[in-house]
Design a protein around this ligand. Structure first.
Ligand code: DX5
Ligand code: ZN
Length: 216
């Protein structure tokens, strides 16, 4: 499969959100990556349902919603209603991960699990066949614009191996500090989806930067 690009809305200009959404619609990007932070699981607050519903009015591509919140189970159907196609929860926030994954799927969404940088791949052994996406954090979640943690390459290789050995169909998404250099190395290690926020939105031509990432 050709790799996918998911620009992170967190780095867009919220005062010009519709303009930035149209830019993504017209670009070679595949997904909208939408970061929800609650100020509890991570030390930052981003945005919630009304903003996602507003994005959904204009977005013409898949909405990939990354929940950095405690107790995501209470909100699964609400995220479906505002347009999430992929809903990713954190392993570290879900004591009953299997149940959470089944609930996401029963709402008709693809289910993702995200791991913090310190969480080993091995914790996924007994859930890997049930998930559609594994989102590896390559920075500590909570903020855009941080530098990439090099240990991620090793985790991508380990995860690819686990997916192949288990017969899982999960795809590998990487989030944090992605640019042309880290992106190329991640793809070589086996990544399928690259999330990029500041590298795209702080560049002179976001649409060209997306093209560059898509053609790595
Ligand atoms: C961080 C978020 C990321 C963030 C990535 O907690 O999950 O999606 O927007 O931003 P960059 O690409 O700037 O590291
Ligand atoms: Zn994210």
């Amino acid at each position: 499969m050709k790799h996918l690009i998911a620009p992170s809305i967190l780095a867009s200009d919220f005062a010009n959100l519709q303009r930035d959404i149209e830019m993504i619609n017209n670009s070679e990007a595949d997904w909208f990556h939408i970061d929800v932070m609650d100020g509890v699981f991570v030390p930052n607050i981003s945005f919630g349902m009304p903003v996602i519903a507003a994005i959904n009015k204009h977005a013409k591509k898949i909405m990939d919603v990354h929940l950095m919140i405690v107790n995501p189970d209470s909100f699964i159907s609400k995220f479906k209603k505002v347009g999430a196609a992929i809903l990713t929860v954190h392993y570290e926030a879900c004591p009953h991960l299997h149940r959470t994954i089944q609930r996401i799927k029963s709402e008709g969404m693809q289910a993702g699990v995200s791991l913090n940088p310190h969480t080993p791949i091995s914790v996924l052994e007994d859930i890997i066949k049930d998930v559609n996406v594994v989102l590896l954090m390559s920075v500590n979640p909570g903020f855009g614009g941080q530098s990439f943690i090099e240990n991620t390459y090793k985790k991508v290789i380990q995860l690819k191996d686990l997916i192949q050995k288990s017969g899982s169909k999960a795809i590998i998404e990487i989030d944090g500090g992605v640019n042309d250099k880290t992106g190329a190395k991640l793809l070589a290690a086996g990544a399928d989806v690259l999330v990029a926020g500041s590298y795209i939105f702080k560049s002179n031509s976001p649409i060209e930067t997306i093209k560059l990432l898509k053609n790595l």
